[in-house]
Design a protein around this ligand. Structure first.
Ligand SMILES: [Fe+2]
Ligand SMILES: [Fe+2]
Length: 192
C-alpha cells in the first residue's frame, strides 16, 4: 500500500500546487481520524482523502472532457461549474489512468465524485471525505472549529450542519444549488 500511495503522491505533487498538495495530505489525515472514530477502513479513508482533489488543477478542458465521460450521475449544473467539475473529473481520471473500477473501488470513487456536492445515499466513506475536506487542518474560515466539532460528534450531525451551511451559503451568494446537495440534505432531515 505504501508503495502504491507513493505513485499517487508523485502524481499529486506534479499536478497540484504546494498548497493544495498539503491540503490533500491534511484531508487524508482527517479522513483517517474520522474513519477510526466511525469504524470505517482507515487505509481506504486515507487514500480517498489523499486523492479527492486529484483533478482540481488540471486544465479546465481536460476536466470537462473527463467529466463528460463519467458514468456516476453527473448533472448539468456540475458540468457548467468550474469549482464543481474537478470532483467528477477526478473519479473518471482514477478509472482511466489508475485502473480503479466501480466493481472494486466504488466507495472510493464515490467519495471523490461527491466530495463537492454530496448526495443522498452517500456511503460512510464518502461522508467522511466530505467532512474531512471541510474541516481539515489547513481550513481557516470563520466557523471551522464549530464544523470540526460537528464532524467529530456524529456523521449525521456533521453532514446535517455541513449541508445546511453549504445550501444557505450558495443561496446567499446567488449561486445554483445542485439537486444532489438538496437530496442529501432532505435525506438527513428525514432521519432526524
Ligand atoms: Fe475539491
Ligand atoms: Fe479539497
Amino acid at each position: 500500500m505504501a508503495k502504491e500511495l507513493n505513485k499517487y503522491k508523485d502524481f499529486l505533487k506534479a499536478n497540484l500546487s504546494k498548497k493544495r498538495y498539503v491540503h490533500s495530505l491534511n484531508v487524508a489525515a482527517m479522513s483517517r481520524e474520522l474513519a477510526e472514530l466511525y469504524g470505517e477502513d482507515k487505509e481506504r479513508a486515507y487514500f480517498a482523502g489523499l486523492i479527492h482533489d486529484i483533478a482540481k488543477e488540471l486544465p479546465r478542458e481536460r476536466q470537462f472532457e473527463l467529466a463528460s465521460r463519467c458514468k456516476i450521475a453527473v448533472s448539468q449544473i456540475e458540468l457548467k461549474s468550474t469549482p464543481l467539475l474537478h470532483a467528477v473529473a477526478g473519479a473518471q481520471l482514477l478509472m482511466e489512468e489508475f485502473g480503479l473500477t466501480l466493481e472494486e473501488d466504488r466507495d472510493i470513487l464515490e467519495a471523490v465524485r461527491y466530495h463537492t456536492v454530496g448526495a443522498a445515499g452517500m456511503s460512510k466513506l464518502a461522508q467522511i471525505v466530505y467532512l474531512a475536506d471541510l474541516t481539515s487542518e489547513d481550513r481557516e474560515y470563520k466557523d471551522v472549529k464549530k464544523y470540526r466539532k460537528y464532524a467529530h460528534t456524529s456523521l449525521d450531525k456533521g453532514m446535517y450542519e455541513a449541508l445546511r451551511y453549504s445550501i444557505a451559503d450558495s443561496a446567499l451568494k446567488g449561486n445554483t444549488i445542485p439537486i444532489s446537495t438538496l437530496e442529501a440534505y432532505n435525506e438527513i432531515l428525514s432521519k432526524k
